[in-house]
Design a protein around this ligand. Structure first.
Ligand SMILES: Cc1cc2nc3c(=O)[nH]c(=O)nc-3n(C[C@H](O)[C@H](O)[C@H](O)COP(=O)(O)OP(=O)(O)OC[C@H]3O[C@@H](n4cnc5c(N)ncnc54)[C@H](O)[C@@H]3O)c2cc1C
Length: 381
């Protein structure tokens, strides 16, 4: 098969599939190369806020995503297991594998093709061809790197090896059952827990974040035990005890940080999603940024008549300022969620309850309209 006129997308995750959908919608040829033998079936909760929902809407995916997700009406804020504030919710919550399925169904319906069992091993230095672990090799028009948080291409060409550092936080996650219909935040001094329903059957996703020096693997599939989870999460575990069941699978992993990249392209290679801006998950924005990246790259490419060099420059300008801001805010959120001093924590709670600080912070993120941003950037040309 000849893909020399195609955008070669590495990875069929959130950014890769969104990019595939956008490119095909705009009449631009592309193909996805995925290392696994199928699209991801890992179950984990994800919340999608209106900055990304606007793009799903432009891709005519909002109804199918609605069917696969839940719309919590309220967010409940708790400190030491006592609710101190509630706010209205404006996000969809879903199982990540269902978001992937919705995107993949759309990609296929647009005529998209994915080559599974194709793990990229190397890229030629000017990014014109790809070599795979199964000895396949293809010439490609442009390489869109969507291979996730542990992107081997980013790590090889864009950062130094010792730039990867443990963040000081470990995460636990699982999916159980509960009658809870809200998004619940349980803030503690050394840990915090978030739980929410991910569908109308009220399957309940929970994520527990622990601040400690014990580095776990950076892997989404390492299993842990309920005993250790309860021990590490300490008092905050109280909030999810009723969600846990004996035969349930629990996963744990170490959260690592990489330096923000000011340049997310090189020669014929462009980074998108976690590959471009790995971020700690405390604002729930990694997937939303991946969707914004994909739409931005594809629309700019279309608007500048497939001028890839110009697209990379405009894409880089629009996305790095936005992504670096969200990366920083995500890390700040970790510190805000884990205030150890009781008096300072109570002051934080008071400010959250009595000022508009929460909506101010979320609006910076959620009010963003990628389409409008692209239009206004292109007007400057
Ligand atoms: C605990 C936690 C909670 C989160 N909650 C939220 C949330 O609520 N909201 C939100 O927006 N985001 C959330 N995120 C972040 C979100 O899941 C990621 O940002 C998002 O999945 C990134 O998409 P991606 O396309 O960059 O990578 P991925 O979706 O991870 O896809 C990468 C794909 O590339 C493939 N691949 C990897 N290497 C190769 C290779 N060499 N060759 C071929 N294929 C390859 C992989 O198999 C995979 O299919 C959360 C993350 C975590 C850890």
């Amino acid at each position: 098969m000849n893909y020399s006129n195609h955008v070669g997308i590495i990875g069929s995750g959130i950014s890769g599939l969104t990019l595939g959908c956008c490119l095909l919608k705009f009449g631009i040829d592309c193909v996805i190369f995925e290392k696994s033998n199928e699209i991801s079936k890992h179950g984990a909760g994800i919340s999608i806020s209106r900055n990304a929902l606007k793009i799903l809407d432009r891709l005519d995916l909002i109804n199918s995503f609605k069917e696969e997700s839940f719309q919590p009406e309220k967010v409940s804020w708790n400190y030491k297991n006592v609710e101190f504030h509630t706010t209205d919710s404006d996000v969809f919550t879903a199982n990540r594998k269902n978001l992937i399925k919705v995107l993949n169904d759309k990609y296929i319906s647009l005529g998209g093709k994915t080559l599974f069992n194709h793990e990229v091993k190397s890229v030629t230095s000017n990014g014109k061809s790809l070599d795979f672990d199964n000895n396949d090799s293809f010439n490609i028009k442009h390489i869109a790197v969507c291979d996730g948080i542990k992107s081997s291409i980013r790590d090889r060409y864009f950062i130094k090896k010792n730039d990867i550092q443990y963040s000081g936080f470990n995460a636990w996650r699982g999916i159980g059952k509960s009658k809870n219909t809200k998004i619940q935040f349980h803030l503690g001094s050394k840990s915090h827990v978030i739980n929410y329903p991910i569908n109308n059957e009220l399957d309940q996703s929970f994520i527990g974040i622990v601040k400690n020096n014990k580095e776990n693997n950076e892997s989404w599939v390492t299993e842990g035990s309920i005993e250790n989870l309860l021990l590490e999460l300490n008092d905050e575990a109280e909030s999810i005890k009723s969600v846990l069941s004996k035969d349930q699978k629990i996963f744990k992993w170490g959260i690592f940080v990489r330096p923000p990249l000011k340049k997310i392209f090189l020669d014929n290679i462009t980074l998108l999603g976690d590959a471009a801006h790995p971020m700690v998950p405390f604002l729930g924005q990694g997937g939303c940024m991946a969707i914004e990246d994909a739409y931005t790259f594809a629309l700019v490419l279309k608007k500048v008549n497939l001028n890839f060099n110009l697209t990379q420059k405009i894409y880089n300008k629009i996305r790095t300022s936005r992504n670096i801001k969200i990366q920083k805010m995500s890390m700040q959120q970790a510190r805000l969620n884990h205030i150890e001093n009781h008096i300072i924590a109570l002051t934080r709670n008071f400010i959250m309850k009595n000022t508009n600080i929460i909506s101010k912070r979320t609006n910076i993120i959620w009010n963003y309209d990628a389409h409008y941003q692209i239009e206004s950037e292109l007007k400057k040309l």
